[in-house]
Design a protein around this ligand. Structure first.
Ligand code: NAP
Ligand code: MG
Length: 428
């Protein structure tokens, strides 16, 4: 055989091998998607994670079908923030979205980016259009131990996002006098309550909430509990607040009895109301594995308690669920500005991509469930498994390396961690 023939044979074998690899891959199947996910890109370090996750973890395995919106601050400014509104409507149309963290501009950002306006919080705009409740849950992984030793499964917080002290009206009372609450109805009739007769300086606060908003909070909580098959707890201080908090309790019970009871019984899960102080005591003794619905302020405080009980901000998922069945997944943390500035200076970063990976797997799994696409759902499970097993094998980013109880830990930089996950994913 001539040298030339030999060479073409070698080339042919090489190509054949490549073809074989390719065929094998497509036999395994590049997973197809029927309906799209609304993909919302964002800012800074998380925008870099976004690209890495797509390139290394998703595109090699999925024929990714997304409707893309660039919510990077430059594009929000360029479009007069129309892109945020469009993204929200697209989620209403397609029912599943995944969002990268975005900058909420303040004065410093207006200067830094030369913005036309101090644009509103993108999450605020999305929530206003989608009308939802935010659910936050820690990602449990072996080697990162919760500080509460009895916790075995995550506790998910469902926080009402409207009213109470966040829309309160306050007054400093300078000295003696009478404070009253007055409601005037459409026909001009007044109803009054004496709040207090002051004989010294003091302080005053009025708060409110809305029946439709509480109903929507209840429906979102019940819908999410059903979709994740976990018990739902709800707690307020209704023994003291006999009208305000009691109304929350009554609305939850009405919505449950009329719309969800049968579904809960069918799924073998429970709705459970208890006083907030009793709930706190039970949570401290619990194994986790349920959803805890809380009023706005209670949810603010308790989600910080729950996240620190589990370990790290970068290991917390977040999903906005609207009562009419739209789901928007994201990481609970922000754009990790400090790491991004280091990255821009050419310094090495070790930013944890786990919550952003789980935002994608949450969205893919929900898409799979809505479309009856089993391979896509299986892929989401595999990607989560690959991510967690990478950490459990001692390969992790710096934030986790500092708190893990594993020995022989290798601290990886931002992209090496994603690559380590990619390696495990391909082997699954
Ligand atoms: P952040 O992004 O949550 O980060 C705060 C600090 O937490 C970081 O500096 C870092 O600590 C640690 N951290 C958070 N995520 C991490 C990760 N994935 N891996 C490793 N460490 C992580 O908050 P920020 O830097 O104060 O805020 C930056 C921007 O995010 C702001 O413009 C804010 O508007 C925006 N934001 C957006 C959202 C959202 O879109 N959902 C939510 C919150 C904030 P070390 O520096 O000590 O390493
Ligand atoms: Mg807070």
């Amino acid at each position: 055989m001539s040298a030339w023939v030999q060479q073409t044979q070698t080339e042919f074998c090489k190509r054949r091998k490549l073809n074989l690899t390719f065929e094998r891959k497509s036999e395994m199947g590049i997973i197809k998607m029927t309906n799209p996910i609304v993909e919302i890109d964002g800012d800074e370090m998380t925008r870099i994670l976004w690209r890495l996750i797509k390139d290394e973890l998703l595109l090699p395995h999925i024929e990714l079908n997304t409707v893309y919106f660039d919510l990077g601050l430059e594009n929000r400014d360029k479009t007069g923030d129309q892109v945020t509104v469009d993204a929200a409507w697209a989620i209403k149309e397609h029912h599943v979205g995944v969002k990268c963290a975005t900058i909420t501009p303040n004065g410093a950002r207006v200067k830094e980016y030369g913005l036309k306006e101090m644009w509103k919080s993108p999450n605020g705009t999305l929530r206003a259009i989608l009308d939802g409740t935010v659910f936050r849950a820690p990602i449990a992984v072996k080697g990162i131990s919760p500080s509460l030793r009895n916790l075995e499964k995550p506790i998910t917080i469902a926080r009402h996002a409207y009213g109470d002290v966040y829309n309160g009206v306050e007054m400093v009372i300078p000295g003696p006098g009478k404070a009253e609450m007055v409601f005037t109805d459409g026909a001009g009739r007044e109803e009054r309550r004496l709040i207090h007769t002051f004989d010294s300086p003091g302080i005053l606060r009025a708060i409110h909430n809305l029946r439709p908003s509480i109903e929507s909070f209840a429906r979102s909580s019940f819908t999410y509990a059903l979709s994740t098959r976990q018990d739902l707890w709800f707690s307020t201080k209704d023994t003291i607040s006999k009208q305000y908090d009691h109304t929350f309790k009554d609305i939850f019970q009405e919505v449950y009895d009329n719309e969800y009871k049968a579904g809960f019984e069918g799924a073998g899960i429970e709705y459970f109301y208890t006083l907030i102080d009793d709930a706190v005591a039970r949570v401290m003794r619990s194994k986790g594995g349920f959803i805890w619905a809380l009023k706005n302020y209670d949810g603010d405080v308790m989600s910080d308690m729950v996240s620190s009980a589990y370990g790290s901000l970068a290991m917390m998922t977040s999903v906005l669920v609207s009562p009419d069945g739209n789901f928007e997944y994201e990481a609970a943390h922000g754009t990790v500005q400090r790491h991004y500035y280091n990255h821009m200076k050419g310094l090495e970063t070790s930013t944890n991509s786990v919550a952003t990976i789980f935002a994608w797997t949450g969205a893919l799994r929900k898409r799979a469930e809505l479309d009856g696409n089993a391979p896509l759902g299986e892929f989401a499970g595999k990607l989560e498994k690959a991510t967690l097993s990478t950490i459990e094998a001692g390969q992790m980013t710096k934030d986790l390396a500092l708190i893990t109880d594993l020995k022989d830990v290798v601290t990886l930089n931002t992209s090496d961690f994603v690559k380590a996950v990619a390696g495990r994913l391909s082997a699954l």
